[in-house]
Design a protein around this ligand. Structure first.
Ligand code: DGL
Length: 265
């Protein structure tokens, strides 16, 4: 019998950037990847409706997969849904993904950082509180991108990216004032690391792009490590669930490439 899986949840392909890190440091775990593609993009949802949707989805996911831990590999969801999930399912540990504002504020030399996220994440009180608590000495530019998550979906599924569109989306991140320039851009959406090489290419000057995936995976490891698990490699395959039920061929191929087979149920 294989141990309980770690469930990795996102609106689409973005959580794969966290899954690939989690797998490397937890090779003895089985993973279930859940893409709520029927709800994509989360960046445009109203907070309450999105919260209700995700809490309701988890009832079925927990019943079917009985996870050891759920990793919400999505900033747009984590910044509103974590307290509600923990309250609704108190026996399941949840790890979230929130904008890496604290490490960016600690690391900046110029004092100018930008947070690149979905329009939903930049509006959240949670994000504003992170800035107040950890970045009050630096200048933070919040950039809510309408199209980057969709561009990342297209790139990962079809291998095509419109570089001019990427350039237009990241352009507001680059601030120059009083002889200082932005030196850090926080990738506050799990879709964005897949486009980071294009972003580097299109950036007006070099910056440090912070991808928190490894730190999130390590946080999950610290929690599941304390839970019962066999030391052997899992005897069942990692699987993927699409809430739409019918992913297209490009999505199926992508998931196959990530070593995920379609959940039959
Ligand atoms: N991957 C998600 C995040 O980290 C959101 C993408 C979307 O659904 O808009 O915020």
């Amino acid at each position: 019998m294989s141990a309980e899986p770690v469930l990795v949840f996102d609106s689409g392909i973005g959580g794969l950037s966290v899954l690939r890190e989690a797998r490397v440091i937890m090779p003895w775990r089985r993973f279930v990847y859940v893409a709520d593609d029927a709800g994509f993009p989360y960046g445009r949802w109203e907070e309450e409706a999105l919260r209700d949707r995700i809490v309701a989805l988890f009832a079925g996911l927990i019943e079917r997969h009985n996870p050891a831990l759920a990793l919400i590999a999505c900033n747009t969801a984590s910044t509103i849904v974590l307290p509600a999930l923990r309250q609704a399912y108190p026996d399941l540990p949840f790890v979230g993904t929130v904008p890496a504002i604290k490490p960016a504020a600690e690391r900046t030399r110029s004092g100018l950082i930008s947070v690149l996220a979905t329009p939903g994440t930049v509006k959240r009180q949670y994000t504003r509180d992170l800035i107040r608590d950890y970045a009050d000495k630096v200048h933070v530019r919040l950039v809510g991108s309408e199209h980057l998550a969709g561009l990342a979906e297209t790139y990962m599924r079809n291998g095509f990216v419109d570089e001019a569109a990427v350039q237009a989306e990241i352009e507001p991140c680059f601030v120059s004032q009083d002889g200082r320039k932005t030196d850090i851009v926080v990738l506050a959406c799990t879709h964005f690391p897949f486009l980071v090489n294009r972003m580097r290419k299109m950036a007006p000057w070099p910056v440090d792009w912070i991808d928190p995936a490894e730190a999130i995976a390590r946080r999950a490891l610290a929690i599941v490590d304390g839970l019962p698990v066999g030391g052997a490699l899992p005897d069942a395959k990692d699987t993927v669930v699409f809430t739409s039920g019918g992913p297209d061929l490009s999505a199926q191929r992508l998931m196959h490439g990530f070593g995920l087979s379609q959940d039959s149920g």
